[in-house]
Design a protein around this ligand. Structure first.
Ligand SMILES: C[S@@+](CC[C@H](N)C(=O)[O-])C[C@H]1O[C@@H](n2cnc3c(N)ncnc32)[C@H](O)[C@@H]1O
Length: 381
């Protein structure tokens, strides 16, 4: 199998504990050894409860001028915007056939990345907490690594309902619990209070796929979110996720002309409320909002820049140490030879190009370049 060539002007993420280097090198601390355990087949059970409890006392309006559109809204109102967007999207997605979507390839590529990340860091026979689980689209990936039990939490009640339906339909071998709740501002034990007898609150893996960036509206929200992650992980457990790359954002911002505040193509766009500063050096690392649009998927949802070094430094204060960080293309090119045969054939085959190589090109490639994958290990209690 041949792989796509690296574009010359592709931005390269810096590795852990490094400042941005001109040589573009990345540091990879390497994977953990997975603990092999025998697969245990359990009866499956789906439960769905809504968490209506008030969020904790996070009420910090963003001081950034770029966050104008959300200034003045309290946490509940901000949550409501995200919840409504994803409820609408769940409704819309039911009517759109997956293979007809313009982002079919991009979805396959993103799925492929998540398969690899999960294979690399999940503990076979372990349990997982999937925060911002959406419609439970990653459940098949967790099944593939012989997960014993799965807990999915999301702000969108319609997404959770869809996840429960999928679970019941799919005959997965793991036990599952689903709950609606604000995973950034409400303690996980509180969200799961109705499942105390069913759920072990200490997890081998906490996964946050394509959702953690919503927490970066304020330092307090990020800290609340990280506290949820850290308190939910066993020592030695892994926190894995996918987020927009601040290096890619910086690279794109630097290519904008005077007065420009938006980039994108027919698949996706990113728009700041006002012209972003050069090098994307925002005065405050939190609250730097932009609108993200992805055709057939995300309809101009307000998201926040995640400055990776700020994120990494905050993680350290919760005993979470960086083990892996790669943008999607680096990850794909480096890991796909090892995982090619472990991935579902339809996922891999949908990434086959006319010349026989695998990957995404053109507009898909630009849209995928927006993201990076990370893994942190919990190193102390
Ligand atoms: C782009 S979707 C990703 C869904 C899923 N993780 C995946 O990879 O397919 C982002 C999800 O994050 C959820 N979300 C956003 N803020 C949240 C919060 N505070 N608590 C829980 N979920 C949240 C949204 O409702 C949405 O379902």
């Amino acid at each position: 199998m041949s792989q796509g060539a690296q574009a010359k002007d592709e931005p390269i993420d810096v590795g852990p504990r490094t400042k941005l280097q001109d040589d573009g090198k990345t540091a990879d601390i390497g994977p953990l050894e997975p603990v092999q355990k025998k697969r245990r087949v359990k009866k499956f059970r789906a439960t769905h409860k809504r968490d209506d409890s008030a969020p904790s006392d996070v009420r910090t309006p963003s001081p950034s001028p770029a966050a104008q559109s959300l200034v003045g809204l309290n946490q509940e109102q901000k949550d409501e915007i995200i919840r409504q967007k994803y409820n609408q999207q769940t409704h819309h997605a039911r009517k759109t056939r997956r293979t007809e979507s313009k982002i079919y390839k991009l979805r396959s590529f993103n799925n492929c990345i998540k398969y690899i990340l999960i294979h690399k860091y999940a503990r076979p026979g372990g349990n997982v907490l999937d925060l911002g689980c959406g419609k439970g689209g990653d459940m098949a990936k967790w099944e593939a690594v012989q997960t014993k039990s799965y807990v999915g939490i999301d702000l969108s009640d319609l997404s959770i309902k869809e996840a429960v339906t999928r679970y019941k339909r799919s005959r997965f071998h793991f036990q599952a619990v689903f709950a609606t709740g604000d995973a950034f501002n409400v303690p996980v034990p509180q969200i799961l209070k109705d499942f105390r007898d069913q759920v072990d609150l200490q997890f081998d893996t906490v996964s946050m796929q394509f959702c953690m960036h919503y927490a970066f509206d304020s330092e307090l929200t990020v800290r609340n979110m990280l506290q949820n992650v850290a308190r939910s992980l066993k020592v030695g457990g892994m926190f894995i996720g996918t987020i927009p790359s601040s290096d890619f954002i910086r690279w794109k911002v630097n290519k904008l002309g005077p007065g420009e505040r938006k980039w994108g193509n027919s698949i996706y766009s990113v728009e700041f409320p006002s012209e972003p500063p050069k090098d994307a050096k925002f005065a405050n690392p939190f609250g730097n909002v932009y609108n993200y649009y992805l055709v057939d998927a995300v309809d101009n949802v307000p998201e926040y820049v995640v400055p990776f070094e700020t994120f990494r430094a905050l993680c350290e204060s919760y005993n979470l140490e960086l083990r892996y960080k790669k943008n999607f293309f680096e990850l794909f090119n480096k890991e796909i030879p090892n995982y090619f045969r472990k991935l579902p054939t339809p996922v891999v085959e949908s990434l086959r190009r006319e010349d026989g190589s695998y990957g995404v090109s053109g507009e898909d490639r630009d849209a995928c370049s927006f993201y990076l994958a990370f893994a942190f290990e919990k190193v102390g209690a």
